[in-house]
Design a protein around this ligand. Structure first.
Ligand SMILES: [Zn+2]
Ligand SMILES: [Zn+2]
Length: 248
């Protein structure tokens, strides 16, 4: 049985703290993952970079992004090209399908993040084409301090015949593997098959305390901001106003 964490952020996310190489190293040797989805906010570069170098770490990569739609975040998995962000939900899901991808709804009903509601998910499931692209709901999100929605989300997944997915939403690598799915096989292709057949098992693991993680994230983010400012002053350029998705 393989283990996959499909919701990890790298430095290509505005709120990420680790390089792709650091993530792959941690995922393979500390979190014992077979497959990883680096899903940066509206940015496919981290995944593509990971796919180039993953052989070195003995781990397989699902090319992915966490797509910002007008209604909330959607994990676009197995996509081979960028997908426009900030579009209406149904259009975004259809575009994921056109790009060969599958969709999972991350952290539904979470106030802190830009999240979809149960009604949004039902609307996708009722759409004749979009429903073919949607394969799962993240019923456990490792980076959240409280997962109070797990029970109702499991009920919803069951009702709509969708996979129950656990993912970390790690913005610091120490959280990678705090939510994983288990599946038959070891590769990204095996995982795709398992998601389509609704044959994945979510595993939730409570790891370092919320306070420890928050402290690590704050330290790393501040250090990164300092480095960026130093670099900007050195080269005399400060790129601001770049359109990015909301974090988390
Ligand atoms: Zn995320
Ligand atoms: Zn999110």
């Amino acid at each position: 049985m393989g283990r996959a964490d499909l919701h990890v952020h790298s430095l290509y996310s505005i709120d990420g703290t680790d390089t792709v190489a650091e993530i792959l190293e941690y995922a393979a040797y500390h979190a014992n993952l077979d497959v990883i989805g680096i899903a940066d906010h509206d940015d496919l570069r981290g995944s593509l970079e990971a796919r180039e170098i993953c052989g070195k770490y003995g781990i397989d990569v699902v090319p992915a992004v966490e797509l910002t739609t007008l209604e909330g975040h959607v994990l676009a998995l197995f996509i081979e090209r960028p997908i426009p962000s900030h579009r209406p939900l149904i259009e975004a899901i259809l575009r994921i399908g056109e790009a060969g991808g599958l969709a999972v709804i991350p952290h539904p009903n979470t106030r802190l993040a830009h999240s979809l509601t149960h009604d949004d998910i039902r609307r996708v499931a009722a759409h004749p084409e979009a429903s073919k692209v949607l394969v799962g709901i993240e019923i456990f999100t490792g980076c959240l301090l409280v997962n109070s929605q797990t029970a109702p989300l499991r009920g919803l997944a069951h009702q709509l015949h969708l996979c129950e997915v656990a993912g970390s939403d790690a913005h610091v690598r120490e959280l990678i593997g705090s939510g994983v799915v288990r599946f038959n096989g070891l590769s990204a292709a095996d995982l795709r098959k398992a998601l389509l057949n609704r044959q994945v098992t979510p595993i939730a693991r409570f790891s370092p305390t919320g306070a420890q993680i928050a402290l690590t994230w704050t330290k790393k983010t501040l250090a990164r901001r300092r480095d960026l400012l130093k670099y900007a002053r050195q080269v005399g350029v400060y790129r601001a106003g770049q359109k990015r998705g909301k974090g988390i």
